[in-house]
Design a protein around this ligand. Sequence first.
Ligand SMILES: [Zn+2]
Ligand SMILES: [Zn+2]
Length: 225
Amino acid sequence: MSRVQQVGCSFCREFNAASEESRFYNLFHGEIKRRFLWETENFVVVPGIGHLQKGYVLIRSKDHYQSIAFLPLNLTQELAALRLDVITNIETIFGGNIICFEHGAVAPDLRGAACTEHLHLHILPCPSLRPTLREAVNLRPVEDLSSLGEYVARREPYILYGERTELFSFESQYLPKQFMRRRVAAALGRPGDWDWREGVNERGQATEPEIIETVKLIEQHKKKS
Ligand SMILES: [Zn+2]
Ligand SMILES: [Zn+2]
């Protein structure tokens, strides 16, 4: 199947690269033979760089979309199901409360606290951020991921935050870059570690041993089940 790609997008290049050119493969010094932890028709799951916590993963779309707000309806349904599956797996393998978030970009010039511009949903074990977010921003319940399309219509960047059963969104135009990673890093007691770029060396390799641990534990779990 031919895929919608964006020239200059590092993830699109990654997704279509031969394995030896794969940034993901090289990130892990060739230790991980498979490039994705889980895969569905339109999405893949990869470990999160700037590994704030064991069990930190990202869901990414195979086609180039800037954020969930741009997905067609059938893909929001596929993503909603995958989100629950990944949360269940991460909870089973790593334990604790599982949260997810997206820095939702709506246009190249309106990135809204985004960290990269190819759709990615962060999922990881972390204490609930709801109480502190509620104090800082206006949380709006999200019944269905397809409703995020409203932000595109309004050209308003957003942040999606959720736990297993509930999802919320809020406007992010005036929030700092990697806003949610800053919040998560603080909640995990490592406030200095919010910038994911710190987790990669000058050759683009992941420097964090915890990432390998995360991948190994997930692969072991998959063999058992
Ligand atoms: Zn892309
Ligand atoms: Zn992000």
